[in-house]
Design a binder for this molecule. Sequence first.
Ligand code: 6PG
Length: 246
Amino acid sequence: MNPTRTERGDVYVYGSAAEVARAAADAFVACVAGVLADRATARVALAGGSTPKAMYRLLASPAYRERVEWKRVEIYFGDERCVPPEHAESNYRMAREALLDHVPLGADRVHRIAGERPPEEAAAQYQQKLVRLGDPPRLDLVLLGMGPDGHTASLFPNDPALDETARWVVGVPKANVAPFVPRVTLTLPTLASCREMLFEVAGTDKRAILTRLFAAENLPANRARSIGETVWLVDRAALPEKSGGQ
Ligand code: 6PG
C-alpha cells in the first residue's frame, strides 16, 4: 500500500481497526528485525490506552511470536498513569497482560515507569534509567496513540510538559482526559529520538480530532515527530470524510 506523504509523516489508511492492528504488528516485526540487523538490541517504547491492545495480542499470538527475537528486545514506555502496576488503569498492566507475559522477554528487559510513585519522583527515576541509552536517549521504535483532545503519550494540549527540552521524562500533575490521575511522560525530544515513530488511530470517536490534526492544528500529536520516520496507521472510521472516511 502506498502511503500519503504529509508533513506529519506517512499516513496509511485501513478498512478496520483490526487491519490497523495487523499493520502495526507487521511494522513492529519489520522495525525490530531492521534494528537487529545492525545492532545487538532493539529498544521499543510501548503506548498505553486501549488501541494498541489488539496489536499487542497479535504480537503475542503463535503466528507472530516467533517472528521477533524477543531476547534481544528491551521494552520501555512512552508514558504511565500514576497508579500501581496492578491497577486496572495501568499502562504497564495492559501491556503485560496483552503482550509481555506471553513472550520470552527477561523481566530485566522490561523497564516500566513507577506509576505507584509521585509523578516527579517517578519521572526522575525513569530519566536515570534512560541515561544508558545516550544523550538524548536513543529509542528505536516509539509506539503512540492519540487522545480525543489531540494528546499523545501524556503530553496534553497547553501543558508546559510540551515545551520541555532539558528533561527526558517529566511528571504531569493533571490529565486532560480520563483517567484523571497524574501522569509521567517522555518529552517530545525523547520521543523524537527514534528510528521509527508509529501512531495507531482507529474508530469514529477519533474522527473529529483527526480532522483537526490533518488541518495542521497545533496539537501535541502534531508536534510529535521522529528524527527518523513517522508513520500513521488509521482506519476509515477515524478518517475525516473529505479524506475518504466512511
Ligand atoms: C494513555 C496514553 C495515551 C493514549 C491515547 C489514546 O496513557 O492514555 O498512552 O496517549 O495513547 O489517549 O488512547 P486510546 O487508544 O485509549 O484511544
